[in-house]
Design a protein around this ligand. Structure first.
Ligand SMILES: Cc1cc2nc3c(=O)[nH]c(=O)nc-3n(C[C@H](O)[C@H](O)[C@H](O)COP(=O)(O)OP(=O)(O)OC[C@H]3O[C@@H](n4cnc5c(N)ncnc54)[C@H](O)[C@@H]3O)c2cc1C
Length: 486
């Protein structure tokens, strides 16, 4: 466990220097090589971090991680498997499952000057069809309680939201294909989605289990008898009745989450997922923005800069927000689905949607970052940005540009984000220097976070700068402790 008192003692010098820099309005030198942060970890946490980063660098293990996890689960049985996960990968990257576990994690971070950004990593991929409409309804309850939990998590709370927890991935794909056709794009506008969100029955939450006695099977689950009065004016002629009905119930779920978040002053950062569903996710996110962002950016969208189209998409959405007269929040990431995106493109004979190499992704990231920082330099209330990255160069570049553009470190228009269990040295250094920094905190049962954990393994496989540095710092810390003992 991390000892806050010890951290505050060893971090006080850096803090007072940073405070002076803040007072003088100068740009603080950010030193990401300060391994003192790892002194706050227990010996087991240091060893576990090293082991996990080491295992993640074995390509065969990572490539087969999904299979390995499911075989281990079968062989070990649920209880033993869960115990193993909790002391290893789950313990490293996930806050926990119960309220006390999540609160404990939030409080520990808060004491270190790091803000929690809760994330429920429930998501759906094509053809999964989970267990029907009831599954999405239950997820709505989970997202609403995530809003409540976030609002109790301190000043300027934020949370992440996965649209495919509330709306079928298959429908997202259908809508994304339609959005690529100019003749449908005009009809599938954010304004139209808002009208569906605010339709006749929008204030009524469908009762849990509404669909349990239904006859129509849609995407593998039962959706209910078609009742035209449910969506008189809101139906799209190019969707089936069932698709229209599911769209309606889904966007109303999203609308309820957005409205609750706004009422509780929680910023909702909508995650980007796969390219075959992202256009639909952006459409409904823009509709949520139209509903909630008139005075402040409560709803944000995510841009994956590993995509060749990310800069174009960002600019299109900036134009849309401008036309709708709403504020705009951006989560800028490099992107977490590279392997699968490339595999699918190859299988389907499509062009690779991802930049050819890491340096092209970096250029793309910096381009979007500069664009957003310039806008915030001009209108910091209208535009907000989170630099969701572990990359020290991106972080340093952003800090430098903020100083040049006169963007205050702690005003909130710009903040930084890293994932729980990754690059604590970056988060702590930023927090100590007075920047707003958030840790994305996934929570949930071991089973529900498995896809998230597989992605973390894949991400850590490419020995990139941040992870390499973290491994070196952990190794130094372990050697220091062993030498001190001997
Ligand atoms: C708060 C937060 C929220 C997040 N939300 C999302 C989200 O909504 N959607 C999402 O997809 N991800 C999300 N992520 C994950 C994020 O995409 C990864 O953490 C990020 O890509 C890791 O990169 P990095 O910026 O830390 O930089 P680095 O570690 O420097 O870069 C690694 C990244 O570069 C890219 N890359 C690596 N090799 C290549 C190559 N050969 N060619 C092209 N590109 C390459 C990949 O995107 C890889 O992940 C989020 C992360 C954080 C911290």
């Amino acid at each position: 466990m991390w000892s806050t008192a010890r951290f505050l003692r060893c971090g006080s010098l850096t803090w007072s220097r940073s405070s002076r820099a803040l007072a003088q309005g100068s740009e603080p030198a950010l030193n990401f090589s300060d391994g003192r942060v790892f002194r706050l970890k227990s010996r087991w946490e240091v060893v576990r971090g090293l082991l996990i980063f080491r295992l993640c660098s074995v390509p065969t293990l990572v490539k087969n991680s999904e299979k390995l996890l499911s075989v281990s689960r079968r062989l070990l049985g649920r209880r033993l498997f869960e115990w193993g996960m909790r002391v290893s990968v789950y313990g490293q990257f996930v806050a926990g499952e119960t309220l006390p576990e999540i609160r404990d994690c939030m409080e520990r971070l808060a004491r270190l000057g790091i803000r929690p950004m809760l994330a429920v990593p429930i998501e759906e991929d094509l053809g999964e069809g989970k267990s029907g409409e009831r599954w999405y309804e239950q997820n709505e309850e989970i997202m609403l309680s995530c809003v409540d939990l976030s609002s109790a998590g301190g000043d300027r709370p934020m949370m992440q939201l996965k649209i495919t927890a509330l709306m079928s991935a298959d429908l997202c794909k259908v809508l994304s294909v339609l959005l690529s056709d100019p003749s449908h794009r005009a009809e599938l506008s954010p304004q139209k989605v808002v009208s569906i969100m605010e339709g006749q029955v929008s204030s009524q939450k469908p009762p849990l289990g509404l669909c349990s006695h239904l006859a129509v099977t849609f995407f593998g689950f039962s959706l209910g008898p078609y009742n035209p009065s449910l969506f008189q004016d809101s139906a799209f002629p190019f969707l089936t009745n069932q698709q229209n009905l599911h769209l309606q119930t889904s966007v109303r779920r999203l609308s309820r989450v957005g409205k609750r978040a706004k009422a509780k002053c929680v910023r909702v950062l909508v995650d980007a997922e796969y390219t075959y569903m992202n256009p639909a996710l952006s459409l409904v996110t823009m509709a949520m923005m139209a509903q909630c962002n008139s005075d402040e950016p409560w709803i944000w969208n995510t841009y994956q800069c590993y995509l060749k189209d990310s800069y174009k998409n960002l600019n299109q959405d900036l134009d849309s927000a401008h036309n709708l007269g709403v504020c705009f929040g951006v989560k800028l990431v490099r992107g977490a689905y590279m392997e699968k995106e490339r595999r699918l493109a190859k299988e389907k004979g499509h062009g690779d949607p991802i930049h050819p190499d890491w340096s092209a992704t970096n250029k793309s990231y910096q381009r979007s970052l500069d664009k957003m920082l310039d806008l915030i330099g001009q209108e910091g209330k209208r535009y907000n940005l989170i630099i969701a990255s572990h990359n020290e160069e991106s972080v340093l570049h952003a800090a430098h540009r903020m100083a040049v553009l006169g963007i205050a470190r702690c005003a909130g228009a710009v903040c930084f984000g890293q994932l729980l269990g990754m690059c604590d040295h970056v988060s702590l250094t930023l927090g100590q220097a007075g920047y707003l920094v958030y840790k994305s905190i996934p929570y949930g049962s071991v089973d529900s976070v498995l896809p998230y954990l597989v992605r973390r393994a894949q991400e850590n496989q490419s020995v990139l700068q941040g992870i390499r540095k973290e491994r070196d710092l952990l190794r130094q810390e372990l050697s220091r402790r062993l030498l001190r003992r001997s």
